[in-house]
Design a protein around this ligand. Structure first.
Ligand SMILES: Cc1ncc(COP(=O)(O)O)c(C=O)c1O
Length: 429
């Protein structure tokens, strides 16, 4: 099919709610390492990685090679038969996740991973209420849409029984109008206020992203989660760290984002970058939590042998090529270059993130901080024309999300920043 035919059929046969980027959608054709080509043969430097999912480069041969071997050996068995592949992955995950997380439940997406986490937390605690954060994104099912706290992602289908939201640690737009560090991280105490006013007084879980992804890479002050953790424990809840975006080295130095905040979660959920693009969902819990799951469950494709091999191969590449260190050092360099870009372009109001998860919040005016969604769209379009793929997020549609593969080099950063500089100069302000 040519580009026009693909776009025509996309319109005719795909739910229109599945939105595409750009006024003229980009038809992806093939990709290799940090590059993606469109159907017209144009090459782009990919600094979004299919929404933080291509963690070790497109079609990484160390991952695809193992996938191909596994497809020819055993492609599917379902969980009614244990396999070497599923237990080997689960063992590896028990080794690299923090604290006493040990038992895994595999599914196919971050949405399902969060569904399972909340379900098992309710069974393990005997409580029902869950506290999540405003500006959070948890998935597209009814429960996870209820956990999500951004109106555009909550249309219809939301059943908010047993879900309450605390304010986000969004320093750039502090909901309390305060400034860090003088604020004393007052926002953390809102979790206690919410538990005491909007729940039954005891909770099953608190669920949050270590850095809010779709919310616009909102990065909390370093003390925030420690304070929240103590509150959650005081009210009997489990701490669920949603690492769908921050997991598997994305934030640099550590495997999981929550480790930067020195909190030991009771459950971690993940997906996206865990298998470099092969659909996967992970809910990993402490044994006493996992053992509390009553009754039977099944996820037909969960822990599929091909998926399990892809995830383990991805983890091995991250280990062998020291990508936690690379994400930290190249991420630090990237951050420095983005801070320099902010000095030059007043459209950039804030630079934030960790490792190779960096965001730019674009504003019409630095004083008023009025969001600049139109300029954000223009910037996206200009970057695309100049050969760079970037992502977007934030409640106001004004945050640029930058999440290249973890194995990029400084030269890739230089190229991307050069293209962003040029594109920013082309945005009409
Ligand atoms: C933090 C977070 N949790 C959960 C999800 C849902 O994952 P999925 O789209 O794989 O269902 C996402 C997706 O963007 C996410 O960013």
């Amino acid at each position: 099919m040519n580009r026009d035919e693909i776009l025509r059929k996309n319109k005719q046969y795909i739910f229109p709610c599945v939105v595409n980027y750009y006024t003229e959608p980009l038809v992806a054709d093939h990709a290799q390492a940090q590059y993606l080509w469109d159907s017209e043969g144009r090459r782009y430097l990919d600094f979004f990685g299919g929404i933080l999912t291509v963690s070790v480069g497109h079609s990484n041969p160390k991952v695809t090679g193992k996938i191909k071997q596994q497809i020819d050996r055993l492609q599917h068995s379902s969980t009614v038969y244990p396999t070497e592949q599923i237990v080997a992955l689960a063992e590896k995950l028990a080794q690299i996740t923090p604290g006493k997380l040990q038992k895994s439940f595999f599914t196919n997406s971050g949405t399902e991973a969060n569904e399972a986490a909340v379900l098992v937390a309710r069974m393990a605690t005997g409580s029902f209420d869950v506290v999540a954060l405003r500006h959070g994104y948890s998935g597209h099912s009814q429960l996870t849409k209820s956990l999500t706290a951004m109106a555009p992602w909550r249309k219809s289908g939301v059943i908010s029984v047993g879900v309450a939201h605390a304010i986000s640690p969004y320093c750039y737009r502090c909901p309390l109008g305060m400034t860090y560090p003088g604020c004393g991280v007052e926002c953390a105490n809102d979790v206690e206020e919410v538990i005491r006013t909007a729940t039954s007084g005891s909770i099953a879980a608190f669920l949050a992203e270590p850095i809010q992804g779709a919310g616009g890479f909102i990065t909390p002050p370093k003390e925030y989660f420690k304070i929240v953790f103590n509150i959650v424990k005081k009210y009997g809840g489990l701490f669920i760290s949603d690492e769908v975006q921050t997991g598997f080295g994305r934030t640099g130095k550590k495997w999981f984002g929550i480790e930067h905040w020195e909190v030991e979660p009771d459950i971690i959920t993940s997906a996206k970058g865990m298998a470099n693009g092969v659909p996967v969902g992970l809910t990993i819990a402490a044994p006493e939590v996992a053992d509390a799951f009553k009754g039977m469950t099944i996820s037909t494709f969960g822990g599929n042998p091909v998926t399990a091999v892809a995830a383990r191969a991805t983890i091995e590449v991250i280990e062998e090529e020291k990508l936690l260190e690379n994400a930290d050092s190249v991420g630090g360099y990237f951050r420095q270059k983005l801070d320099e870009l902010k000095e030059k372009h007043t459209l950039i109001g804030d630079v934030r993130g960790m490792g190779l998860m960096q965001g730019l919040e674009l504003v019409r005016d630095r004083k008023t901080k009025e969001p600049a969604p139109e300029a954000t769209n223009q910037f996206m379009e200009r970057c695309r024309s100049n050969g760079l793929l970037i992502g977007k997020g934030g409640l106001y549609g004004n945050v640029i999300r930058l999440s290249p593969p973890l194995n990029i080099r400084r030269s890739d950063v230089d190229e991307a920043v050069g293209l962003m500089d040029k594109s920013l100069s082309e945005v009409a302000t």
